[in-house]
Design a protein around this ligand. Sequence first.
Ligand code: HEC
Length: 258
Amino acid sequence: MKKLIHSISAVPLLAATLLAVLPQTGITAGGGAELEHFTPVRTDRALQRGARTFVNYCQGCHTAEYQRYSRLAADIGISEIDMSANMIFTTDTEGKPTKVGSLMTNNMSSDYAKKAFGVVPPNLALVSRSRGVDWLYTYMKSFYLDESRPLGANNTVYPNVGMPHVLADLQGWHKPVYEDDGAGHSVLKGFQQVTAGTLSPDEYDSTISDLVSFLDYLGDPNREARHSLGIKVMLFLLLFLVLAILLKKEYWKDIPHN
Ligand code: HEC
């Protein structure tokens, strides 16, 4: 019997261990390049800038289909009127401007995307969950000039990626520099700038920081609200504990202890 109980309790333990390990394997997979650590910023300003980059540079190909513009407007502190005027560039099936209550889709058909890129660019609403923010941050900084690729770009984090370097105007072009690690493997040492972009390297980093913070927000829009509710619940439980202890003392005070 004891043995049976032991083996039963081992199952959830094993499942928990697997769950703890699996997402990390997913995050580190791909390209073998080292990932830069990134901590997302959840301020309105950062998310507004990130959203601006997303609708201008990404949404032509990608969607963020679980998110509505109106919800985004409320969450990042802008009005629905400003959202409609400045951040919605798509049209609905009748050719009218997309309404602010709509999901953040785009107008690219799957057929066209397959012809142009070989794959349909994925919905990015949950990509921060599947890839992790470190991966995204490093990925967006790791496109490089590679004439052998159909779209002229490759990526050290995602080798032979089907996506072009859409931010090349901002970042310019760079090439990876490899060095020998002493054991016969060439490892990525860094990048060498080939042509300059309109942004300085620091400005580009901060653009990517805002963009990945925005993708992180998309993957979990309720996180802030959940955390602040969690703290309130914990405070309530603490207060309730004090009251319960006082009440218990009151109830038991006339009963003799023996
Ligand atoms: C011109 C079309 C195009 C644009 C614009 C574009 N992408 Fe992509 N993106 C792609 C395609 C195609 C893929 C699939 C690549 C593959 O699987 O080889 C992709 C893949 C990705 C992936 C990897 C997803 C995954 O988990 O495999 C991320 C992340 C991504 N894009 C982010 C962005 C961001 C952020 C922007 C805006 C700065 C952007 N993309 C703009 C075409 C585009």
